[in-house]
Design a protein around this ligand. Structure first.
Ligand code: DQA
Length: 152
């Protein structure tokens, strides 16, 4: 089965972007970390990044279809700044019926007030924030746990 990791705007800049907040590791490093975590669970990783909101909508629909067909277990999603702005992503997750863990590298609740509200949280099965890029591996473990629980 496939496990999706979707990354939104500006996450292609990881490593050089505000390293005091997001750390020194690049998106390629994060992908490698996710590959290891997925392999430990015998899952195939599909790891993506885009700066375009509509592409994320399309990908969420695709992941929902794959999950409905039994070909995928869900999504770990770092929506970046779209977390705080996007009704379209909220609706896409709801409409696609996809299992999804919201992820943030930083602890958004300890930062500016405009980062405290999330359009993703009400349609996420769980939220992970503040563990640095290591949170991706923790979120993958959590997604697998929720998938197994749903299988009974
Ligand atoms: C982020 C937090 C968001 O507020 C911010 O816009 C990002 C990254 C994080 O991973 O901590 O782009 O999602």
């Amino acid at each position: 089965k496939t496990l999706y990791v979707f990354n939104g705007p500006n996450l292609n800049l990881l490593g050089t972007r505000e390293p005091s907040i997001y750390g020194a590791q690049t998106l390629a490093d994060v992908q490698a970390l996710c590959e290891r975590a997925a392999a430990q669970h015998g899952l195939k990783l599909d790891f993506r990044q885009t700066n375009h909101e509509g592409a994320l909508v399309d990908w969420l629909h695709e992941a929902g279809r794959a999950q409905a067909q039994g070909a995928a277990i869900g999504v770990v999603f770092n929506a970046g700044a779209y977390t705080h702005t996007s009704v379209a992503l909220h609706d896409a997750i709801k409409g696609a019926g996809v299992r999804l863990i919201e992820l943030h590298i930083s602890n958004v609740h300890a930062r500016e007030a405009f980062r405290h509200h999330s359009y993703i949280s009400p349609v996420a099965s769980a939220v992970m924030a503040g563990f640095g890029v290591g949170g991706y591996a923790l979120a993958i473990d959590g997604l697998v746990m929720q998938h197994r629980a749903s299988e009974g």
